[in-house]
Design a protein around this ligand. Sequence first.
Ligand SMILES: Nc1ccnc(=O)[nH]1
Length: 161
Amino acid sequence: MTDREKHIPYLRRCVELSLLARESGNTPFGALLAGPDGTILLEQGNIEITGRNCTGHAERTLMEAASKRFSRQELWNCTLYTSAEPCAMCAGSIYWGNVGRVVYGISEKHLAELTGEDEQNPTLDLPCREVFSRGRKPIEVIGPFPEVEEETAAAHAGYWK
Ligand SMILES: Nc1ccnc(=O)[nH]1
């Protein structure tokens, strides 16, 4: 198995989490935190609607939980997996939370095509690599993954107006 292939089961789990979020009345996004040995430490779906919280994106909510549970040094050796590329807010929380690696399924550009003109997700056009490039530490970013594009997009099918 190549290093790239090792990420795919985690991204598939993020898609499952995105579907669970959708079933629970939220937008279809899911994220998880994996430790240095690949153990899944935390899982999180989007909670912005049921939580009535505009910052309830899956990744930012995951980072809040992660920073309560783990030290900054521990988080630097962890990987945040997410169904869709983190927005600028979530990239900020990953940066401040000190997670060293991000792996995502579909790009923000692709997400913008899926969400279209829907006011509920006015997708930003600011790739997370650009956000991290203005920072003071080298956060590794891997994505998009064409291998999971279809199933990730399927979790959004019929959701956005
Ligand atoms: N990548 C994401 C975009 C929008 N909402 C989320 O929870 N996650």
